[in-house]
Write a protein that binds this ligand. Sequence first.
Ligand code: GLN
Length: 487
Amino acid sequence: MELCRLTIHELQERLRKREVCSLEATEEVFKRIEEVEEKVHAFVTLTKEEAFEQARAADRRIAADEQIGPLNGIPISLKDIFVTKDILTTCSSKILSNFIPPYDGTVVKKVKDAGAVILGKTNMDEFAMGSSNENSYFGVTRNPWDLTRVPGGSSGGSAVSVAADECIASLGTDTGGSIRQPAGCCGVVGMKPTYGRVSRYGIVAFASSLDQVGPLTKDVTDCAILMNVISGYDPKDSTSIPEEVPDYTQSLVADVKGIKIGVPKEYFIKGTDPEVEAAVQEALKLLEGLGAEIKEVSLPHAEYGVAAYYLIAPAEASSNLARYDGVKYGYRSPESERLLEMYRMTKTEGFGPEVKRRIMLGTYALSAGYYDAYYLKAQKVRTLIRKDFEEVFRHCDVVITPTAPTPAFKLGEKTEDPLQMYLSDIFTISCNLAGIPGLSLPCGFSKEGLPIGLQILGDFLKEEVIIRVAHTYEQSTDWHQRRPGGI
Ligand code: GLN
């Protein structure tokens, strides 16, 4: 098999046995990128020279029999939201289109210390706001399963780079579904860890009480490997959890006997594509056959999740994005002569329409007289959603739902109707509001050949049980081995 198609654990094995070297693997991945990038546009920036340098260093460590890290010589991509030292970090926005950070964020440092080779920065919805990757200043990313369709978002570039074998694995961020939904659309595995499990230091902030970093990978084993590398307490992130990190690869056991799976009745809603529903029901049957117990549960406040999220996330964004004023870094409007005019022009020219919409929504929700009616109410709904999950996890180990109501939609299909776009997040958002972990993995294909995602949610810091259920399911299916044929 071509090296670019391998998973982390497969490539690790070959590197360890010295059958191949990291430089060869990295060269092959770049060859693949050259072949398909024009069609899919998964990257904003490629860092070829740096990657070759890192690959050579990884090979030297292997040759010298040094102690090597868990990602030694593995080519990965990073969503362009990760702050990377000396490498352009745009968040797919014009306002950061010239921003070269002077430092690496914690997760970037961790993957570098683990020996990874960084291929480049992937395209995304501007400031991670979107579900289709159509909100990028650098143009759309296309779904490798059907180039007329969206890859999902906002970590669409990361999901595509994994699905199209333009990397071995990738890292993204998830504020309301931005890892899981594109993973579902592109037929790869994506995990949002518990809020606070992974450091947010050096991630461009969108909605700080919801943002979380996580892996996008070709299988569940790789997800566990990356979780081991990126998780852990970080004094530089005040919301990071000071808890020991378990070895997630220990959860890669194919056994769900006695596992209790909750299926929320509110999640099989009108508007869910029948093929999606059928694939999820099929997956549940399979897990039941393997010894899991399926129970119907209720998450009565789930239906208010989208409304609460689209108040809380924009409110936090309106505050986080106030820093882009053209003064200290990033884009500055060249035209203006006076300070206030410079602020106004910089923001007017630098932000795209969806980002402006969010800033206005958020500013409105936080303004005097409306705060109680909107923001405060949304926070109360958030508490109710968290309590719903607390109740369910008293007697269930995991909750299973579709990742999204439909497979990947057509490019342009929802751009004129933000509400329709927001509804793509209907199944993923509650998990962020509750702060719990969730994972999406492929569970079938539509008649049109589009991947369908299965979402597994777990209790606070219970990533291990999610990984175990996901791995068991994956071992009994071959969805994860399929690759888009058309590109
Ligand atoms: N699609 C959601 C939004 O537009 C989620 C984005 C995310 O998770 N970053 O806000």
